[in-house]
Design a protein around this ligand. Structure first.
Ligand SMILES: [Zn+2]
Length: 81
């Protein structure tokens, strides 16, 4: 039915819109994905999906990230394993 077709189409379009609102930046440490959502703002903290390194958003248009320096040494974390 024509009605169903219309519904399917609009659903696909809203999905596309969602993808456009989410940006992905590359982690400088491991090359993993850092996802920035449309409702993120400057000074928000975001994390790398792969190594969980912390970044701060310093600009949204275009998206620019600044790696946050951690106080502790990364070698310290190996104790947990
Ligand atoms: Zn990473």
């Amino acid at each position: 039915m024509a009605h169903c077709l219309l519904n399917k189409k609009s659903k696909k379009q809203s999905l596309l819109l969602l993808e456009n609102m989410m940006k992905t930046k590359r982690c400088t440490a491991c090359g993993g994905d850092i996802q920035i959502y449309y409702d993120n703002e400057v000074r928000d903290d975001v994390y790398c999906n792969e190594c969980e390194r912390e970044y701060r958003i310093i600009s949204m248009h275009p998206v620019q990230l600044q790696a946050l320096e951690t106080d502790y040494d990364y070698c310290f974390e190996e104790d947990e394993y």
